[in-house]
Design a protein around this ligand. Sequence first.
Ligand SMILES: Cc1ncc(COP(=O)(O)O)c(C=O)c1O
Length: 384
Amino acid sequence: MKPIYLDYSATTPVAPEVFETMLPHLRENFGNPSSIHQIGRKARVSLDDARFRLAKVLGAKEYEIYFTSGGTEADNLALCGVLKNTKKRKRLLTTSVEHAAIKQTGNFLGENNVEVVFLPVNSEGFLLPETLENALAEETALVSLIYVNNEIGTINDIKILTEIAHKNGALVHTDAVQAFGKIKIDVNELGIDLLSVSAHKIYAPKGTGALYVKKEVDFDSHLKGGSQERGKRGGTENIAGIVAFAKAAELCAEHLEEEAVRIGKLRDKLQNGLIEKIDGIRVNGSQTQRLFSILNVSFTQVPSESLIVSLDLAGICVSAGSACSSGSINASPVLLAIGVSEAEAKSAIRFSLGRYTTEEEIDFVLEEIPKIINRLRFFMRKAD
Ligand SMILES: Cc1ncc(COP(=O)(O)O)c(C=O)c1O
């Protein structure tokens, strides 16, 4: 039996249409876009075209897009690039529920003459406008906020939060890695200054991402090398990955609304079915302002590792939150930050649905999980 994949927030398979567009760039159109001969020039045309198309999906200009190796690098470039460049305002505000790419970069900057503040969020994972407003009382260079939380799916109101930060003279970056391709993003409508996106979350291959930087924003490079990406990011561009990224972004934009409805219905069916069939369940995060594809649930008394392994044996692939932190037995910092108890946080599972999830798969999962939970709870009681 083919495994049932419910871990689309960790990564996605490459869509067949996306795969097809990559192939010529691995074969005959293999050139280095910095070469001036015809094969290089052809690659340059593909690169420029992909930049233009990705920019269009985001409502940006092509010269506002900087390709990177992924979301992590885009986040690093945003934070380090802006904070290295500011002469006086060395203060960064972010939240306690960011992905490790922001959290660790924030910690690094904190050890390097930047004052970094991790703001608390409420019990649903939202950064409240008043929390931001109060923290902005001191001069702040940059505010970096996660758009859609990768573990619980909470969607921050980036537009409102950006307006507040701007009134106080700070620039705003958002990590939109989980939002892009699922929520319509227009950078001008949002008013955002910098925005990170990643290809492998939207049915393109791993190893490509991009940072949008508004034309007026001054920032420094963080990866020294050649003059690629207008001197902001050295290194020969991953043309096949970049072309794939642009195609994948267009496909997501084209089907965004219908996919949100279809996947949202399946996610709700999964949530309601679990609540109906299993006692001792807690749905973590917001029930209203939440990405349609994510469901984070704690199954009381069942350690997440045991559940993930049992589900895997039954052919169901899920994770315990952020894939980057799975393998560690620590409770998720995101769940602790929203007030989930340590015990419940250690019993949490993230289901994330996507383009190829079917109703039959959800039905199968709803049949299997109650049996697995009963078995695991029985063993846990025996072990006590
Ligand atoms: C919110 C968020 N930011 C950043 C990243 C890192 O992106 P990448 O895997 O492309 O480096 C991820 C990946 O899980 C994420 O979910």
